[in-house]
Design a protein around this ligand. Structure first.
Ligand code: AMP
Ligand code: MG
Length: 493
C-alpha cells in the first residue's frame, strides 16, 4: 500500500484554475495543521469522481493531505473572498473564514475542486477560529451525500477526518475537517462582493470565468450574460423545488450560501421535515422564521434578485433584468408540480389536481403527519382495497380527513387508469424510505464523540440508496423517538 500511495501522490495532480485568476479573488495560504489526525469516514461514491477510493485512506499521507497537514506539491491552496446578504441585510465582506481550496482535479468524471472545511484561520475568519467541530462536520459530510442519493443538486463530500484538538463552542468540542467537492464554490456573494465595491472590472473577470468554465454552452448565445442569469435562476428555482418535494430545509439561505451552479451548499442547521408543519423553522437562531420551510421558495427568488442586481451592468436595462427574474416563479412552480405529481404517482395532469394537492397539504398540516413516512406508505394504497390504506391512515390524528382525501385521490387514480403495482414501484423510486433524521445524526454524533465511527459509516451506507428497501436497517425508517423533539440545531458549528 505504501508503494501505491507513493505512486498515487506522483499521479495525483491539482490543477489550479481558480488560483490562476488575479489574487483580488482570494488569498493564497496554507492550512493550519491539526494534531494526530485520523480518518472518520470516506464516501466511496464521491472519491471515485477523482479516482480515489476508501481503501487508500488507511495510509496516513492521504489522511494528512485531507486534513491540511501535508500539502501536495501541485496544489496552490487559497481562501476565496466573497460578501453577502445575511438574514436580508447587507453583511459586507465575508469570505472563506475556515475553508481552504486545494485546487481542482480533472478526472474522467469532470473537474472537481477540493476544499478543506475547518482547516484553520484565514484573512476572512473575522472573530472565528477557522475550525469546524466534529458534530457539524458529520452533519455536513452525511447530508451532502444524502442529498446526492436523493437526486438533489448538491456539493459533495469526499471524506471527514478528526483530531483531539479542542474547539470552543457552547461547550468544549473537538476539531474535524470535511473535504468538500464541487466544480466550483463560487457563490452569489462572490458577485455581490465586487458589485458593491464598484469594481466592475473584477466583476466582469469573475463572470467571464464562471460562464467560460461552468456554463460554456452559453458562450454562443446572443447575450451570454442574460443567458447566464436566466440559467442561474432556473437552476436555483429547480433546486428549491427539489428541497420542497423532499421536505429539506436549508436553514441559512444567505446569499453567501447560494451556489452559482444551483447546488445545495453549506450544510449548517439544516433539517428534514418530520411532523409536517409548513411554518417549521429548522434553525434555532432564525428568530423571525425568515428561512422557514414555507418561505424557502420566496427566499430563493429574493436571492436571485440579489445576483441579478450584480449582472445589471452587463445586461443593460432594469427591464431586461426584471424580465429574466420573472422566470423564477414559473420555473419553480412547474418543477414542483412535476415532482409532486411523481410523488403522488400521477402520470397525467388534470385541472383539479391543484385542489387535491392543496387539500393534502392542509390535512397533513392539521395532523402533523410525518412527511417521509406518509409519501412512502402512500404507494401501498390500492384503488379498490380500502384496507390497504390503514398504515397511512394511522399516521393521521384526524383520520376522517384522510378518508375524505383518499376518496378524491382514488377517484383521480381511476381517472388515469392507474395500476396499483406499477404505481407503487414508480412512487417508491421518488419517495425515499430513509432520510437523515436529526435524531439519527444525533446518535451517530454522540458515538463519534466517543471514538466510535460505526454509526456514521452505517448512516452513510443507508443514505446512499434511500429509495431501496434495506431490511437490515428497517428501524432507521421509523418515526423519531420522543426524546428527539428536544433536539435543537443552531448556527454554532
Ligand atoms: P456560514 O453562515 O456558516 O456559511 O458562515 C458565514 C461566514 O462566517 C463565512 O464567511 C464563514 O467562513 C464564517 N465562519 C463561520 N464559522 C467560522 C469559524 N469557526 N471560523 C472562521 N470563520 C467562520
Ligand atoms: Mg457559508
Amino acid at each position: 500500500m505504501k508503494k501505491k500511495i507513493a505512486q498515487l501522490f506522483k499521479t495525483l495532480k491539482f490543477e489550479n484554475s481558480f488560483s490562476n485568476l488575479n489574487p483580488v479573488f482570494y488569498t493564497p495560504l496554507l492550512p493550519t495543521k491539526l494534531s494526530n489526525p485520523y480518518i472518520i469516514s470516506v464516501s466511496d461514491k464521491a472519491s471515485s469522481l477523482v479516482d480515489l477510493n476508501s481503501e487508500l485512506f488507511s495510509e496516513q499521507d492521504l489522511v494528512d493531505l485531507f486534513t491540511g497537514n501535508l500539502t501536495h506539491p501541485t496544489s496552490k491552496p487559497l481562501s476565496a473572498v466573497y460578501s453577502g446578504h445575511q438574514f436580508g441585510h447587507w453583511a459586507g465582506q465575508l469570505g472563506d473564514g475556515r475553508a481552504i481550496l486545494l485546487g481542482n482535479i480533472n478526472s474522467s468524471k469532470g473537474s472537481w475542486e477540493l476544499q478543506l472545511k475547518g482547516a484553520g484561520i484565514t484573512p476572512y475568519s473575522r472573530r472565528g477560529d477557522g475550525r469546524a467541530v466534529l458534530r457539524s462536520s458529520i452533519r455536513e459530510f452525511l447530508c451532502s451525500e444524502a442529498m446526492f442519493g436523493l437526486n438533489i443538486p448538491t456539493t459533495r463530500a469526499l471524506c471527514i477526518t478528526g483530531s483531539k484538538d479542542k474547539v470552543y463552542r457552547e461547550t468544549v468540542e473537538t476539531a474535524s475537517v470535511v473535504t468538500r467537492m464541487s466544480p466550483t464554490f463560487i457563490r452569489f456573494g462572490s458577485f455581490e462582493h465586487f458589485y458593491y465595491k464598484e469594481d466592475l472590472e473584477s466583476l466582469k473577470i469573475l463572470t467571464d470565468y464562471t460562464i467560460g468554465n461552468f456554463y460554456p454552452e452559453l458562450l454562443d448565445k446572443e447575450n451570454p450574460y442574460k443567458a447566464f442569469l436566466s440559467e442561474v435562476i432556473k437552476r436555483t428555482a429547480e433546486m428549491i423545488a427539489h428541497w420542497q418535494a423532499v421536505g429539506f430545509m436549508h436553514g441559512v439561505m444567505n446569499t453567501d450560501n447560494m451556489s452559482i451552479l444551483g447546488l445545495t451548499l453549506d450544510y449548517g442547521p439544516f433539517g428534514f421535515m418530520e411532523a409536517f408543519n409548513q411554518g417549521h423553522i429548522c434553525n434555532h437562531s432564525d428568530d423571525q422564521g425568515r428561512y422557514s420551510f414555507v418561505n424557502q421558495p420566496h427566499i430563493g427568488q429574493w436571492n436571485c434578485r440579489a445576483i441579478a442586481q450584480t449582472l445589471l451592468p452587463f445586461i443593460g436595462t432594469v427591464e431586461e433584468v426584471q424580465e429574466i427574474l420573472a422566470e423564477y416563479l414559473p420555473v419553480y412552480r412547474s418543477k414542483y408540480d412535476e415532482l409532486i405529481h411523481l410523488k403522488l404517482g400521477l402520470e397525467t395532469k388534470h385541472p383539479e389536481d391543484q385542489k387535491l394537492i392543496d387539500s393534502l397539504s392542509s390535512i397533513m398540516q392539521q395532523s402533523n403527519v410525518d412527511f417521509t413516512l406518509f409519501f412512502r406508505r402512500l404507494s401501498e394504497l390500492k384503488i379498490d382495497d380500502f384496507e390497504s390504506n390503514n398504515s397511512i391512515r394511522d399516521l393521521f390524528t384526524d383520520r376522517i380527513s384522510f378518508d375524505d382525501w383518499s376518496v378524491q385521490y382514488r377517484r383521480r387514480l381511476k381517472l388515469e387508469e392507474s395500476i396499483d403495482e406499477v404505481r407503487k414501484v414508480k412512487m417508491n423510486s421518488v419517495n425515499p424510505k430513509y432520510i437523515l433524521r436529526n435524531y439519527l445524526l444525533q446518535v451517530a454524533i454522540e458515538k463519534a464523540q466517543n471514538d466510535d465511527f460505526t454509526e456514521v459509516n452505517k448512516l452513510l451506507k443507508i443514505i446512499e440508496t434511500p429509495f431501496d428497501e434495506q431490511p437490515e436497517f428497517e428501524s432507521y425508517a421509523n418515526l423519531p423517538p420522543d426524546w428527539a423533539s428536544n433536539i435543537s440545531v443552531s448556527c454554532s458549528s
